[in-house]
Design a protein around this ligand. Structure first.
Ligand code: NAD
Ligand code: UD2
Length: 307
């Protein structure tokens, strides 16, 4: 049994991680400002500090006595990072440095490991598909730039301050509890909610754009595996399936699983929309012996049941 701090634990991915840690018998504390997360995503028994990772004193207090930290808190929206550039930077990069810094002092026995969320957004529009971790990083958004900054500071945390870190570049994550009402929500939660209610969906452009959709419960297995075996050198891994899915096919599978006729129209392509985003999961598999193997159909069935 270990004691873990989960930042962003009230959010979509964080709440699945907390569930997994509790099931494994660990003690979990959450730090979340509830900006997009919800208290009701977690059991009442989980202690939640409501506060911001942008305040180092708050992070220090939350980290005290922990054996490790899963750092997921972020403003997880590319659009928001455009509208509120500096404000999102305070959370997405300065807040991450505050987490690494607090991990130095968390425990009298020495620095504790941090497993943190990066993003496929660090690759920008690099066309080298499938994307391997050594592909050039050229983020196109403040969000992606800050996530790349997290990876750079993770190297400082490890090399200069002795804090073991593992970063994961999440591809398009989906599953229960992804808020379909949020304007920043992913395509699966938007389409699933609308199709299940018999409402029309809008496909941006021709719908032949491709994504690598990763089921949230597969993803959190990778996060806990990394905490169980911290590595030196601040490694960063893709979390992806390597399986391409077009937006058109996604809509068709959702309609078929919901038993609904598909009512779709095509709107203009989203400005700056990336045409193809597929990750190479080879390094992830080699490091942890894990593959993110839940089929799209099974993951979508689970998502639809939750609605
Ligand atoms: P989410 O919005 O559901 O979760 C983020 C959580 O962080 C929320 O609970 C929110 O209230 C909290 N938070 C935000 N700002 C905070 C602050 N200043 N202090 C404390 N808490 C704060 O989003 P999610 O999809 O669960 O994302 C989790 C992590 O995964 C984020 O780091 C995100 O950037 C990353 N990520 C997600 C995806 C995806 O497909 N969902 C893709 C790439 C990376
Ligand atoms: C994902 C991440 C984003 C960032 C980015 C980096 C999510 C939710 N977002 O953006 O944070 O990391 O990758 O590349 O994971 N679409 C429609 N109709 C809709 C909504 C979306 O056609 O109603 C299309 C959209 O134009 C895009 C695809 O669906 O082609 C996926 O969109 P998304 O917003 O779910 O995710 P993405 O890949 O743009």
């Amino acid at each position: 049994m270990a004691r873990y701090l989960v930042t962003g634990g009230c959010g979509f991915i964080g709440s699945h991680l907390v569930e997994r840690l509790l099931a494994a018998g660990h003690a979990v504390t959450v730090l979340d400002d509830l900006s997009t997360g919800k208290r009701e995503n977690l059991p009442d028994s989980v202690p939640v500090t409501v506060g911001t990772i942008a305040d180092p004193a708050v992070v220090d207090a939350a980290m005290a006595g922990m054996d490790g930290c899963f750092h997921l808190a972020a403003v997880a929206s590319v659009d928001r990072s455009r509208e509120a550039w500096l404000e999102t930077h305070h959370t997405n990069l300065s807040g991450t440095i505050a987490v690494f810094d607090a991990a130095r002092r968390a425990n009298p026995n020495g620095p504790v490991p941090v497993v943190y969320a990066s993003s496929a957004a660090v690759y920008g529009d690099n066309p080298a598909m499938p994307l391997r971790e050594d592909a050039a990083t050229r983020p196109l958004s403040a969000y992606g730039a800050d996530k790349l900054g997290c990876e750079l500071h993770a190297r400082v945390a490890d090399g200069v301050h002795g804090v073991p870190t593992t970063g994961f570049r999440f591809f398009n994550v989906y599953g229960p509890r992804q808020d379909p009402k949020s304007p920043y929500s992913g395509v699966i939660s938007i389409f699933a909610g609308r199709i299940a209610r018999g409402q029309p969906i809008t496909i941006n452009g021709d719908g032949e754009q491709v994504r690598d959709f990763i089921y949230v419960k597969d993803l959190v297995r990778c996060l806990t595996a990394a905490m169980d075996a911290p590595r030196a050198g601040a490694p960063v891994y893709n979390i992806c399936t390597g399986v391409p899915t077009t937006v058109n096919r996604l809509a068709e599978v959702l309609a078929s699983l919901s038993g609904r006729a598909l009512d779709r129209s095509h709107g203009p392509a989203r400005p700056g929309d990336i045409r193809v985003s597929i990750g190479d999961p080879t390094a992830l598999r080699a490091a942890f012996g894990l593959s993110c193997g839940t089929s799209l159909e099974d993951g979508l069935r689970d998502t639809l049941e939750w609605l």
